[in-house]
Design a protein around this ligand. Structure first.
Ligand SMILES: *Cc1c(COP(=O)(O)O)cnc(C)c1O
Length: 400
């Protein structure tokens, strides 16, 4: 007879997470999913901006912030914007996505990915996820293109709607890069532009190259819950100089340069990031590598406990990827265990969260086009949870 008390996978996982956070890291009180902590350098830059009095748009803080972003992503140009959603909208708009087009994206992502596509008037088409890297499943993408599309006049057409597929927006979910080499090969064959949604992947790399440098352009977010934050903010990065110029122009009301005369040569957007936010961004970018190192140590601490548990899947960085581990994640055996884990941890003031609702399952997108098979995305939607991942949680950083 088995003398051991049988405990469920959700209990085992909750105990392991508690041991890491409250035991190993010595954290007390409520533990948020992901929260920033600011230090003297953050305050110094924000104060410098206040002292100068130029808190609004333009100026050297924005230029410096953009230079640091471009360097971190290994690209030539960065354009700061109000947030990651506006960055994605501007990027799609400026590569020529219109209401006649379709744009591919994963079903499992934050709503911003799909909303930005919708703002251009284009139809998003939702694809399944890869279990290995949580991004778009590339085998299924190829299958979708073979079965549901035709290639004609150097464009790929979605047969059912007659729309050209102008672009794909891959998402590096929780900081884990998708296979950018394989994706690039597929998109080259089918003439589909890649706009990387790297909102969660600042500081991550694939095959030794930073995420954000693989597509025609990529977008970042500096929202309060992201690895580096400006309160709210975003950026578009690209190596294409003429695209960069047009992005800057269109995101700053398309005003023609003149000392006092107001003229605009197209309907632009006011998507520019205020200096005050950019000043904070400079301080954050200067310590980006320290932030990523802390986040990777936290992931290692979780991994050493959670990967031991037979019924739990630890979500590890995929092959060739050095992940920023924006949000750590595990997969429970089923939805009931997932719910029990959420109960157990949140009742101990450890903030954990399920994955997003699949976008085509939200009311906003219920009539949207989706790939026939979303099995992997559905599995992740019902079984994956995110764990507290703030970079300051390590004992050396909490001052305890
Ligand atoms: C955070 C995020 C964005 C952008 O969000 P903003 O709040 O607009 O900065 C876009 N896509 C994904 C996948 C994100 O996680």
């Amino acid at each position: 007879m088995n003398q051991h008390q049988v405990i469920s996978p959700s209990h085992e996982a909750a105990i392991a997470v508690d041991e890491v956070l409250r035991g190993e890291f010595g954290l007390v009180g409520p533990i948020p999913l992901h929260a920033p902590k600011f230090d003297a350098s953050d305050k110094e830059f924000v104060n410098a901006c206040l002292d100068e009095g130029w808190v609004s748009t333009a100026g050297h803080f924005v230029d410096e912030f953009e230079a640091l972003i471009a360097r971190a992503c290994g690209v030539k140009h960065a354009i700061a914007t109000t947030n990651g959603t506006s960055a994605l909208h501007a990027a799609l708009h400026c590569i020529g996505v219109t209401e006649d087009d379709a744009v591919l994206c994963p079903a499992l992502t934050f709503i911003a990915t799909a909303n930005a596509i919708s703002y251009t008037g284009a139809a998003p088409i939702f694809l399944d996820s890869s279990i290995a890297d949580l991004g778009i499943d590339l085998e299924k993408l190829s299958h979708f293109l073979e079965m549901e599309c035709t290639h004609l006049n150097a464009q790929t057409w979605h047969k059912k709607t007659g729309r050209p597929i102008k672009a794909i927006v891959p998402v590096h979910v929780f900081g884990h890069a998708c296979d950018l080499h394989a994706l690039t090969d597929i998109c080259r064959n089918w003439n589909i532009a890649i706009i990387e949604d790297a909102a969660e992947a600042l500081g991550s790399s694939f095959d030794g190259r930073p995420c954000g440098g693989f597509g025609t352009a990529a977008t970042l977010s500096f929202n309060g819950n992201k690895p580096a934050t400006t309160g709210g903010g975003g950026a578009i990065v690209t190596n294409d100089e003429s695209l960069a110029k047009r992005l800057k122009h269109v995101t700053t009301t398309a005003k023609l340069p003149h000392a006092w005369h107001y003229d605009h040569d197209e309907i632009g957007f006011n998507y520019r990031l205020p200096s005050l936010n950019a000043a904070l961004g400079i301080a954050q970018m200067r310590k980006l590598e320290t932030i990523i190192e802390s986040k990777r140590k936290i992931a290692t601490a979780y991994e050493s406990r959670l990967s031991q548990l037979a019924d739990i899947t630890w979500v590890s960085e995929p092959a060739k990827c050095r992940s920023n581990y924006w949000l750590n994640a595990i997969i429970l055996p089923n939805a009931e265990q997932r719910d029990m884990f959420l109960e157990l941890t949140n009742s101990r003031a450890i903030q954990t969260r399920p994955c997003w609702t699949l976008i085509p399952n939200t009311a906003a997108y219920r009539d949207a086009i989706q790939a026939p098979d979303l099995t992997h995305a559905r599995m992740l939607e019902s079984r994956l949870v995110n764990l507290p991942s703030s970079p300051w949680m390590l004992p050396s950083q909490t001052g305890q």
